[in-house]
Structure formats: C-alpha cells, structure tokens
Ligand binder design. Structure first.
Ligand code: GRF
Length: 220
C-alpha cells in the first residue's frame, strides 16, 4: 500500500479544527498522515493538542515588522524536512505572500467561517448579524493570492435564528467546520479533489458550486 499523503496543519489558536483532523486520522477516515503542526503563536492550545497526539509541533513566530516574504521563507524552511504533500490552514491568522501561495498552488486548503464569497476577512459572525443575513456557515477553499477568495470545495450552511449571538453562531459554525474540513482533506488526499486552473474538480467533474452540507443534514 502506498504511504498516505503528508499534511501540515497550520494554526494560531484553539485548534479545534486540528482536533477534528486528528480524530479523523485516528478513526482511519482522513486518508492523510498529519506530518506536523505549525503555529505562529507559541501559546496556541493547538500545539498541545498536536503533542498529545504525538505529532511534531513547531512554533514559527513572526518578528515585529518582518516582511511577509521573510516569514514565509522561514516557514518554508521549517516545513521542508517534513516532505509534505499538502498544507491545511485551520485558523492560521496570517496571510501568505504570492510566492509561497504559487509554490503550493492547488495544495493548500483553508477553512473560513462564512459562506464565501460573503464575508471574507475577520469578525464574520458579527458581520452576519449586523447585515441581518438569513444564512451563515463555513467554507473550505483552495488558497490563492487573494484573501479568502480561492475556489471553494465544500460549505456548511446554517440558518441564522432569532436570538443568535456571535457566541452561538461561532459554536454552530465550529460544529460544521469539524465536519467539512476532514472531508475536504480526505478528498484532496485521496485524489478526488483537485484544482485544475481555477476550477475545482471533484471525482473528475468540475464543480459549478461548492458541495453544500446543511445543518439539518442534507447533502446537495
Ligand atoms: C475557525 O472558525 C476558522 O474558520 C477560523 O478560525 C477558527 C479556528 O478555530 N479561520 P480553531 O482554532 O480550529 O478552534
């Protein structure tokens, strides 16, 4: 049997999405080997989760005022020995320069807490409430040079309820993220999902829109 593709998970904080990947890996449903976890924050709880799971955990902090490209180059140096096939951004709160993104084109996924293209960037739960959006959710997409704008593979969608707060939305979105991220990583690692020019291909067919999973459970 071929060895599983090797994946690095990049985080900045809690690492609950990382945990979902670890759990899928343990359950034998990830289709990938978690080769290392890197955080730009030393205090990220996700680093402890990685160590507890026996995954090499690295801190690559950014120096004050450091150019994006210099950080990317230091990160690339740390990642190189792990002989990676893919990178997964799971709450990694940094933006890459164009060179790093180009070097990993079609091989980096990001999870973002909104139904992209709605609400790229930060504070998505607050912005959904302020806009009175009826729907919210999360998206897994390929990373391109444009922030949160790469082609999307899968989304989790939930209906905003009266009385929802940023906290309740964050909780509900996280539940969905923990479903769609391991699934997207499995698809990528098993060759079912790939980026062809700017088209997302799933099982050899171009996706006209991301696969959609509703909170209620239906797959469309
Ligand atoms: C997630 O909501 C992710 O979409 C966002 O940051 C959060 C990370 O959560 N980019 P966690 O660290 O995986 O718990």
């Amino acid at each position: 049997m071929n060895p599983l593709p090797r994946v690095a998970v990049l985080i900045s904080g809690e690492g609950s999405n990382l945990q979902a990947l670890i759990d899928a890996s343990r359950a034998g449903t990830l289709g990938a080997s978690l080769a290392c976890v890197v955080s730009n924050r030393a205090a990220a709880r996700g680093l402890e989760r990685a160590r507890a799971a026996g995954i090499p955990a690295e801190h690559v902090g950014s120096a004050k005022g450091e150019a994006r490209e210099l950080y990317d180059a230091r990160l690339a140096t740390v990642l190189a020995p792990y002989a990676l096939d893919f990178i997964v951004l799971a709450g990694f709160m940094r933006i890459f320069g164009a060179e790093f993104v180009a070097a990993w084109a079609g091989r980096i996924l990001n999870i973002h807490p909104s139904l992209l293209p709605a609400h790229p960037g930060l504070e998505t739960h607050r912005r959904v409430l302020d806009a009175g959006d009826p729907w919210h959710g999360a998206t897994v997409h390929f990373v391109t040079a444009d922030l949160d704008a790469g082609p999307a593979a899968i989304q989790y969608r939930l209906r905003v309820r009266p009385g929802d707060t940023t906290e309740t939305l964050a909780r509900r979105v996280h539940v969905g993220e923990h479903i769609i991220l391991p699934r997207a990583v499995n698809w990528l690692a098993t060759g079912r999902l790939r980026l062809l020019a700017s088209s997302v291909m799933l099982d050899g067919q171009p996706l006209t829109r991301p696969v959609l999973i509703d909170e209620e459970g239906s797959l469309t």
